[in-house]
Design a protein around this ligand. Structure first.
Ligand SMILES: [Mg+2]
Length: 361
């Protein structure tokens, strides 16, 4: 039977919260970061509102670069304790519709609403109701993608932002995917997009012309994923809290991850994601696993287990991950996959509201 899957993503989450709480920020460019003029150029952009984005500001760039692009911007230092509380309220609303919720980040989740608590048949009606309820209760906007699998639902939520609802049915898959730029596909980062273009693959339509084995020859295991994506196939299930034995974040790099700085950057992001998901589900684990795949597509894992639970702290997870990474022997730094997993899980006994901050944010 066909599933009904939603991907919901809050619009410019941290910036939207600050705009809600500071009405004087309306129509101003707002950047969530320490003001680089007060930190001698240090700091990284956590997010920016849509006005600032029009000047080319985006998350993960340095605050200094953002200031140069947008000299009139308001720099608002992040308040993660507040964002976490709002995130919990957001996820609580999601659970009024179904417990088949897979948190992806503080501001993002997949829902399987095939059998939902409200008994709503139409996933479009449900998506609209959800979007309205979130706005009514939190005064924040969101975008929703509606489809029959996770890949298409996510493509949908990204397609029309902010305050969008995009529904992709089986009959629309070609019309939707074929005109898209290749960079819009899952797993296609900057380097992979370049490699695709060298092969003459500019759009989804170009991708659809390729044989599976040829894609695998150029992109390894991701070749198989790309082949399935363009046909609208994705078998991954929405993983509710109850079924989970582990929390992971991993990414493939079809064109390779080749510098130490890139590896550290990616480990940091993954540590943040894993820690956010554990916090949202109120769980903790004793084992951290790092997984890498080298340029010969060999997969290597290293694990670290403690007798006590690991703190749900991105910095601590990152430190362990970095140490495990340095123990892996690689002939050459050219990774095709990097991932972090926390496993050996238990329910957390009580809510720990402390959310340690990245020094650099
Ligand atoms: Mg978002």
């Amino acid at each position: 039977m066909e599933r009904k899957i939603l991907h919901i993503d809050m619009d410019a989450f941290y910036a939207a919260i600050e705009m809600r709480d500071h009405p004087q920020y309306q129509n101003q460019p707002v950047i969530i970061a320490q003001d680089p003029r007060k930190t001698r150029g240090r700091g990284v952009v956590a997010t920016a509102n849509y006005v600032a984005r029009q000047s080319g500001v985006h998350s993960a760039m340095t605050a200094q670069e953002a200031l140069e692009l947008c000299p009139t911007a308001i720099f608002q230092p992040p308040d993660f304790t507040k964002y976490k509380a709002v995130s919990q309220a957001f996820h609580k609303i999601l659970h009024e519709y179904t417990d088949q919720v897979e948190p992806i980040a503080f501001d993002e989740a997949y829902l399987d609403v095939t059998d939902n608590k409200k008994g709503i048949e139409s996933s479009l009606v449900l998506a609209r109701m959800l979007q309205h309820q979130i706005y009514a209760e939190l005064r924040l906007t969101s975008s929703v993608g509606v489809s029959y699998n996770k890949f298409l639902a996510k493509m949908g939520s990204e397609y029309c932002k902010p305050i969008g609802i995009t529904i992709i049915k089986a009959d629309d898959v070609k019309d939707f995917l074929y005109p898209l730029e290749i960079a819009a596909f899952r797993g296609v980062g900057k380097k992979t997009a370049l490699k695709m273009k060298e092969l003459g693959i500019q759009t989804g339509a170009d991708l659809s012309q390729w044989e599976e084995l040829d894609l695998i020859r150029h992109f390894g295991k991701m070749g198989h994923v790309f082949y399935q994506q363009i046909r609208g196939i994705d078998q991954r299930k929405v993983q509710g809290k109850r079924q989970r034995k582990s929390y992971s974040s991993e990414r493939t790099y079809a064109a390779g991850l080749t510098t130490r700085a890139d590896v550290e950057n990616q480990l940091r992001r993954q540590a943040t994601r894993v820690s956010e998901r554990l916090q949202l589900d109120q769980r903790q684990g004793k084992t951290l696993v790092i997984k890498v795949r080298n340029q010969q597509y060999e997969t290597i894992t290293k694990r670290y287990t403690q007798t006590t639970y690991l703190a749900n702290d991105p910095e601590e997870l990152y430190q362990h991950a970095q140490r495990l990474f340095s123990e892996i022997e690689l002939e050459q730094l050219d990774l095709r996959l990097l991932g972090l997993t926390v496993t050996n899980l238990a329910e957390k006994e009580q809510e720990n509201l402390q959310l340690p901050l990245w020094d650099s944010v």
